[in-house]
Design a protein around this ligand. Sequence first.
Ligand code: SF4
Length: 114
Amino acid sequence: MPLTKAEAALLTRRTGMAVEDFTWRNNGILTLLNDANTRACVFLLTDSADVHAEGMCSVYEVRPQGCRTYPNVLNHKDEVILDDGCPHKSQFPEPTEDDAIVLLNLEEQLLREG
Ligand code: SF4
């Protein structure tokens, strides 16, 4: 999941972790790291390596905007869609034009910072 520098700073303040301990650069974009054992986000509380394993977000109140808007994602044409990788996709409404604007603004900020 991508995140902005401000979101990373907030997570550092909340968790005490260094930014390098929970992020990596994916094509220059700051991105949440996956735990080597669970293969899930380092902030997901789970002990399973199953990609569909249940878990709780340990930073839920300060999770990045991309987490808040998921499973809305942009496809390669910058259209907003529900992520095919989300096992709960059918429980979400089709994204709207407003959802697209939110994600396009986030993408622009991430690219600016990258
Ligand atoms: S919602 Fe929480 S556990 Fe899930 S990707 Fe975001 S920060 Fe990680």
